[in-house]
Write a protein that binds this ligand. Sequence first.
Ligand SMILES: Nc1nc2c(ncn2[C@@H]2O[C@H](COP(=O)(O)OP(=O)(O)OP(=O)(O)O)[C@@H](O)[C@H]2O)c(=O)[nH]1
Length: 408
Amino acid sequence: MLRKNHCRSRTGPAGDADMFGTKEVFLIAALLCFITFLVLFSMNESRVNGVRPLLLSSVLGMAGNVLYAFGKELPPLIAYEGANAVYAAASAATLVGYRQLFNTRPFISLLAAAVALLTCLVAYFHYFVDSFIGRTCVASLFQVGIAAGIGCTVLQARDEGEQSRYARMFILAMCGLVAGGHLLRVVRQCIVSDAPKSLLEPSGWNVFLLSGGAFVLPVLILGGLLLAHRRLISDVQHAANHDFLTGAWSRRAFFDAGEREAVRAKRHGKRLALLLIDLDNLKPVNDTYGHAAGDEALIAFVRTAQTTLRSIDCLARLGGDEFAILMPETDLSGAVSAAERLKSRWKSAGGASQAASVTFSIGVAVLRDDDSFNTLISRADKALYEAKGEGRDRVMAQRDVDLAPAMI
Ligand SMILES: Nc1nc2c(ncn2[C@@H]2O[C@H](COP(=O)(O)OP(=O)(O)OP(=O)(O)O)[C@@H](O)[C@H]2O)c(=O)[nH]1
């Protein structure tokens, strides 16, 4: 992005202003990269995709800015080619981080080749044709490409949902600013007669564009950090609300949803049905065919149930081989039909696996006016107990009056 002044020493007030202005800009940018590094480092264990390239980007960004800041004291090869290569690698790593965050192909080889090409071109405009304009155009167009890459990656992530919307809008705005700022710089450099002749020229425009350019990288890393943080929160929420093995809702999420639905159903005079399900004789399956076969039965059951149920029904694994299905706006006969449909779907989808030999029993209950959610569960549990007692592999519904459960 940035090049060092070819004139390695300055005199007079302009030189003092330069010393005071540009070096501090780079050092502040390096400090911001260091802060993003610290925060990203604390997320390194999170296993969120994209955090590692962003971490690398903050380290390279820090190094690149320090090289720029002390360019006058460093050998030209490090001040020109070294600083630009390191800074370009930092920008490329940021793009890789964004692509991994959104689970898209990171094009690492392509970006590595682009960084190598940029370094060669900077060397060409340094040693063969000494051109500040050439170096400016090469570095700025590289940054425009990176900003466009990040912008496209963020725009393509349509399935990310509302939660990260503002972070994505912020990043898009930053990408627009970066690309616009660098294009403006290239255009000014090519057409304006009093355009800067060196990077460190302390003119208002130069310092303005230089500051914008230097702060962009930490800001883009910060944008990636916001997205990674959002992803971490949703991963944690997902882990808390879902069963790890089957992907069904967890017990905790089920009770939260159940309490809420029970209150809602009573307030609006709606029906609410509950199916409690227990797989039959899973222990012998485990003992005979191994634990993996038992796992397969549990997973296959959830897959079958998910394709049978409506989207508003809530399927949860309460523990072991026990499941529950909460069915809003469903009366007793509707819930019993759904239970029967689940059974016949399971039998027809069976195939030749050991999982297919497993059957299950279902207890059905509906919410009454004087019920709490816990009472509803106890009545469904009672019906399930009866289904087991009657010989398993059947659906049993609670009667309207609390007599014995009705066998279906
Ligand atoms: N493979 C596997 N088995 C599990 C898992 N969780 C619980 N089980 C097994 O499921 C079985 C549940 O036992 P029970 O419900 O008492 O008995 P059952 O063999 O299913 O017989 P029923 O009386 O019909 O329920 C136990 O053997 C548990 O080890 C799991 O995640 N994977």
